[in-house]
Design a protein around this ligand. Sequence first.
Ligand SMILES: *Cc1c(COP(=O)(O)O)cnc(C)c1O
Length: 230
Amino acid sequence: MIKENLADVERRICAACERSGRSRSEVELIAVSKTKPVEMIREAYDWGIRTFGENRPQEIRDKYPQLPGDIRWHMIGHLQRNKIKYIIDRVCMIHSVDSLRLAQAVDEEARRHDVVMPVLVEVNVAGEASKDGVAPEEAEMLIRQISTLANIRVQGLMTIAPFTEKPEENRVYFQRLRKLSVDIKAKNIDNVNMCDLSMGMTGDYEVAVEEGATMIRVGTGIFGERDYNH
Ligand SMILES: *Cc1c(COP(=O)(O)O)cnc(C)c1O
């Protein structure tokens, strides 16, 4: 099943790239393996996937030693400051920084491990009350503040668009994130590298690719529905 799903996702990414005149190499597929057992991750790995996303620090800590060392793990979910220590030397990027307090805590832990952690600032583009992320108008200020921290490097923006059955409805949010990224990039803030746009999930990644996503986070479309009850 994973093999067929991966082939299908790959085909759709390529088609979306073609429709929008982009190269497939501009888009990184992050296989979101949260709640899924290491056997399934291993299977995706065997089909060539090297980039995985998880949203719980303890899950990354537990899965990490059971899987090959060349996997690039991305922390994509809400992060509490006291859990940073579980992931700081295991992940290659944190997608969910949305406050200075969290950024300072990541910076401190990164300094302790002598690394510079690439991060994305999570933006709540649709203004949904239930979602994490800074408001679009607050993103630049937060990025300016983070840019002064030595052991954390802003690489771009991330968003979780609203859940919808109609992916076209999310196009406007992806366009908004892209525009925000372009505007902030134009400010040429020191130590800030607005090169990544993490947007698009199983329901809407094709639209996200058309609108400029450089990273898409696909879980269900690769591993099937999640079961949170076991
Ligand atoms: C779970 C999750 C995804 C993947 O969702 P699917 O709809 O299963 O593709 C992507 N991004 C984040 C932040 C998630 O928590």
